[in-house]
Design a protein around this ligand. Structure first.
Ligand SMILES: [Zn+2]
Ligand SMILES: [Zn+2]
Length: 196
């Protein structure tokens, strides 16, 4: 069982609260906007629902590529301010907040993607709402991997990420291990301990 104090540690840090809150509001707003611009008929709602699921699934690849190729750039790289420095700080002190990505980096990117999708149409909006839903799951699972004990329903995902902290050449996926297997970065099977 996940204790109440463990659960409160999951959201207690103000940056985590702000991140979860902002992404949850954005996700609801994007889903409502996508539904509002889709005719309320099964023939129109089914493709929008599939587009949302496609967005969530697509997020797992976006997450893998960002983590592997953008967040592990050297600190001296000109693009390291776009997430790599914060991520390398996280590797130096894995349990110290903020574990979530800075909103000043993520919100503009979501704003640009949402505006472009709104201009394209409801299916594109449904895809972007799925991507944002996947991103919210990423932030929740990432923080959970660092603060929860291993007796919760998703220990395999947690062990994979903690294995990445022991060897940063493997296990880049947080919401899914699929792309690590496809891209050859699965590494040795993640084990229970140590918790870093
Ligand atoms: Zn981590
Ligand atoms: Zn990493």
């Amino acid at each position: 069982m996940v204790s109440r104090s463990r659960l409160s540690r999951l959201i207690d840090a103000p940056p985590h609260r702000r991140c979860f809150g902002a992404l949850a509001i954005l996700e609801v707003a994007l889903v409502v906007l996508a539904l509002a611009s889709t005719p309320l008929a099964p023939a129109a709602l089914a493709p929008a629902g599939l587009a949302w699921i496609g967005g969530v699934a697509g997020w797992t690849l976006v997450e893998y590529l960002l983590h592997r190729f953008a967040f592990h750039l050297p600190r001296a790289h000109p693009l390291s301010r776009l997430g790599a420095r914060q991520h390398l700080d996280h590797h130096d002190a894995p349990d110290r907040p903020p574990i979530t990505k800075p909103l000043h980096l993520t919100l503009p990117a979501i704003g640009v993607a949402s505006t472009a999708a709104w201009l394209v149409g409801p299916i594109a909006l449904a895809v972007v709402s799925g991507l944002v839903g996947g991103y919210l799951a990423y932030e929740l699972l990432h923080v959970a991997a660092h603060v929860l004990p291993e007796d919760h329903p998703f220990p395999a995902l947690q062990r994979g990420h903690l294995a990445h902290h022991r060897d940063a050449r493997a296990w880049f996926g947080i919401t899914s291990p699929v792309w690590d297997h496809v891209m050859g970065t699965a590494g040795p099977p993640p084990c229970h301990r140590p918790r870093r």
